[in-house]
Design a protein around this ligand. Structure first.
Ligand code: ZN
Length: 157
């Protein structure tokens, strides 16, 4: 079964029209169908599109980065944190492992620091304005590796 490689540019807003992210000005994003490189809701909308198409794609939080989970928010003592300076919005990893959860400092009250391990986009409905740059069939190598090679993908060969 052949799979598609779709290359696209995007601008991402939340439902209030606030700009969250965009790829314009850089390399476009490329993904291999079914590889989980981009969020499900967006991939489903882009598959089958043709080069040059401009698609507005709305993805509800549940199909993007998930709903917020209140159990991932906890308070710790500032003295427990291995950092000297601390301010609202700081993000750091909770362990040595590069897959360790990333937490965001969401409140500082004296010695009490609130850490939120939710993804920054959890609970946010996403609105993508996309432009399809190209669509092609994946190569055998890409199918075997499970990712895209070349522009917008991996450059490890
Ligand atoms: Zn590869």
């Amino acid at each position: 079964m052949s799979k598609s490689v779709v290359t696209f540019h995007y601008t991402l807003h939340n439902r209030n029209g606030q700009l969250l992210d965009n790829s314009t000005g850089g390399e476009p994003i490329a993904f291999l169908e079914g590889s989980g490189q981009i969020i499900d809701g967006l991939e489903a909308a882009l598959l089958g599109a043709v080069a040059g198409a401009k698609l507005k794609v709305e993805v509800a939080a549940a199909r993007a980065y998930g709903e917020r989970d209140a159990t991932l928010v906890r308070k710790v003592k500032r003295s427990m944190l291995p950092v000297d300076e601390l301010k609202l919005g700081d993000m750091f990893q909770t362990g040595q492992d590069r897959h360790a959860p990333v937490v965001t400092v969401t409140a500082i009250d004296g010695d009490d620091v609130t850490l939120d391990a939710n993804h920054p986009l959890a609970g946010v409905d996403l609105v993508f304005d996309t432009e399809i740059v190209g669509v092609r069939e994946a190569t055998a190598d890409e199918m075997a590796h499970g990712h895209v090679h070349g522009p917008g993908g991996h450059h490890h060969h």
